[in-house]
Design a protein around this ligand. Structure first.
Ligand code: GLN
Length: 216
C-alpha cells in the first residue's frame, strides 16, 4: 500500500484498478470484520464516517449491525444524500444483513422513520426469519462462485421479498422453513447478502466484490 492510492484514487487509474480503495461505512456494526476481509482480498479498506472520506473511495461496504441505528447515524453524520448520490452515479457497493436493508428501495417491518438508500430495486423484510430460526448457519449455493456452497451465517437476518427488473438473484435458502427465500442479489455493481460473509473466513464473496470494483 502506498499513499498515492489513498490520496488520489482517480488520478491514478491503473493503481486504483489493481488495488481499489474500498470504504467501510463505520458508524455501527461489524466494521472490523469487513476491513479484514477486504484487506485479505487485495483491496485497500478505509473507514468512512464523513462525506470527505466517502469522496475518496472507489466503492463502499455497508456492514451488518442494526439498520435503524445506522440509518439514524447516516442522517446525523450528513451522509444519507452523499451516499445516495454516489450510488446513483454508479459507485459499487456491498451490503451484508443490515447493509442489505439499507441498500433496499423498500423495507418492510422497520421503523417508520428509518431511511434507506435505494441502491437495489428490491423490497426487503427486516428480521424476516422469525424467532424459531432468527439466527442459523447453512451451506448456500451462490451463483458465480466456484468451489461449492458458501457457509452462510444469518443473524436476525432480512430476506428479499421482491426484486425489480435487472436484479439478479445470487442465492436462495436451499431447505428448511424458509426454503426458496432470496438471500443474495446483485443489480449492476451493487451486491447485497442477508448473511455475513465477513465472519466466516470464506472470502469468496468479498473477492467477487473486489473483482467487480476492479472491473468497474
Ligand atoms: N436485524 C438487524 C437490522 O434490522 C440486522 C441484523 C444484522 O445485521 N446481523 O438491522
Amino acid at each position: 500500500m502506498n499513499a498515492s492510492s489513498v490520496a488520489a484514487p482517480s488520478a491514478d487509474a491503473g493503481q486504483t484498478r489493481s488495488f481499489p480503495t474500498i470504504g467501510v461505512l463505520a458508524l455501527q456494526g461489524d466494521v472490523r470484520e469487513h476491513v479484514a476481509a477486504l484487506a485479505h482480498c487485495g483491496a485497500h479498506p478505509v473507514l468512512v464516517r464523513r462525506e470527505s472520506e466517502l469522496a475518496e473511495v472507489d466503492a463502499l461496504v455497508l456492514p451488518g449491525g442494526e439498520s435503524t441505528t445506522i440509518s439514524k447515524l447516516l442522517a446525523a453524520f450528513e451522509l444519507l444524500e452523499p451516499v445516495r448520490a454516489r450510488l446513483r452515479a454508479g459507485m459499487p457497493a456491498f451490503g451484508s444483513c443490515a447493509g442489505m436493508i439499507l441498500l433496499a428501495s423498500e423495507v418492510l417491518d422497520t421503523r417508520p422513520d428509518a431511511e434507506h438508500l435505494s441502491g437495489i430495486d428490491m423490497t426487503v423484510r427486516r428480521n424476516a426469519f422469525g424467532r424459531q430460526v432468527d439466527s442459523f448457519e447453512t451451506d448456500l449455493p451462490f451463483a458465480g462462485l466456484e468451489d461449492g456452497p458458501v457457509r452462510a451465517v444469518f443473524i436476525r437476518a432480512p430476506w428479499v421479498e421482491r426484486v425489480g427488473n435487472g436484479v439478479d438473484v445470487l442465492a436462495t435458502v436451499p431447505n428448511g422453513p424458509a426454503a426458496g427465500r432470496i438471500v443474495a442479489v446483485r443489480q449492476g455493481n451493487v451486491v447485497a447478502t442477508s448473511f455475513h460473509p465477513e465472519v466466516t473466513g470464506d472470502l469468496r464473496v468479498h473477492r467477487m466484490f473486489v473483482e467487480l470494483v476492479r472491473a468497474a
